[in-house]
Design a binder for this molecule. Structure first.
Ligand code: ATR
Length: 278
């Protein structure tokens, strides 16, 4: 039987949870395979990646800082990955290397476990970096119509407007403006690294004007419950933790590599336990 050869490239990758996640998926799907870590130093990236692509590996994930740098080594890009300008999943199909971005779609899948997509929902996305690009694209591609973007540097948020669909309505805001009109949003999504350990005490904006029953989502998963989520909880909001994105982006990548559907089930609890113990 053929063994599915998978892995992760990045710098650093040593503490990645992806080998554990994909091992669970392989077991669930009854697939024999491996998911190895490939730490690559930036100065040898070109040689190492060329060798990896020719090594017989079937697919791999790409993490920081190579999500853009990988693109010129691939043969084709999925249209959304091309728009986003970043690839986190590569697959070999009929001898060609194809790049996808499963981060944003994975995020939206995770969010939809909590709140089904509805065109009428008003979303505020905070941050306009690499993670935000993928998430914004996935939101508008999945039919979210009203998605405003708040960012410290407003001009950077404006660059995301290229990713819109014709029906998308997006206002770009400073954090001050976002705080003032917070009660007009049903879903707040935080996509920057503010509040990530060891800066646990930081919070991107004040939630003082939060709409009752809003959903507050944070892609930061270290700590599992960020200051932003704690403050949202205190106000009675529904909260959505960042580690679910990790699982759903991996689920989508696994489907691309194996052609098989896998379920998240209890993996969410197991991952939470691993992160809490780490
Ligand atoms: P990533 O690829 O992880 O999203 P990035 O591309 O460097 O990282 O983007 C970082 C995001 O976090 C940006 O929205 C950035 O705001 P600016 O565009 O104004 O730089 C935001 N960010 C990072 N540190 C921040 C801080 N201390 N306060 C507010 N925003 C911050």
């Amino acid at each position: 039987m053929k063994i599915l050869k998978l892995g992760l490239i990045g710098h650093p990758v040593e503490h990645s949870l992806s080998p554990w996640i994909h091992t669970q998926f392989m077991e669930q799907a009854g697939i024999e395979g491996e998911y190895k870590l490939y730490p690559i130093e930036p100065d040898v990236f070109d040689e190492k990646i060329t060798a990896l692509l020719q090594s017989g590996i079937d697919g791999f994930n790409i993490t920081v800082p190579y999500k853009q740098r990988i693109i010129s080594f691939l043969d084709e890009l999925d249209p959304d990955a091309a728009k986003i300008g970043a690839v986190n999943t590569a697959v070999r199909k009929n001898g060609k290397w194809i790049g996808y971005n499963t981060d944003g779609s994975g995020y939206v899948r995770a969010l939809e476990q909590l709140i089904p997509a509805q065109e009428s929902l008003h979303v505020l996305m905070l941050g306009a970096g690499g993670a935000a690009r993928g998430i914004y694209r996935a939101l508008v591609a999945n039919g979210y119509r009203y998605v405003d973007i708040g960012n410290r540097t407003v001009s950077k948020a404006e660059q995301l407007l290229q990713l819109q669909e014709p029906e998308t309505i997006t206002e770009v805001l400073s954090y001050e403006e976002a705080q003032k009109k917070l009660e007009s949003y049903d879903i707040i999504i935080h996509t920057s690294s503010v509040g990530m350990s060891p800066h646990d005490h930081e919070q991107i904006i004040s939630l003082a004007n939060l709409k009752p029953n809003a959903v507050v989502s944070d892609i930061v998963y270290k700590p599992i419950e960020t200051m932003l989520l704690r403050s949202a909880k205190q106000q009675g909001a529904t909260i959505h933790h960042g580690h679910s994105m990790l699982l759903y982006q991996a689920q989508y990548a696994f489907e691309i590599w194996s052609g098989q559907q896998v379920i998240i089930g209890d993996l969410l609890n197991q991952l939470e336990q691993r992160l809490t113990e780490a």
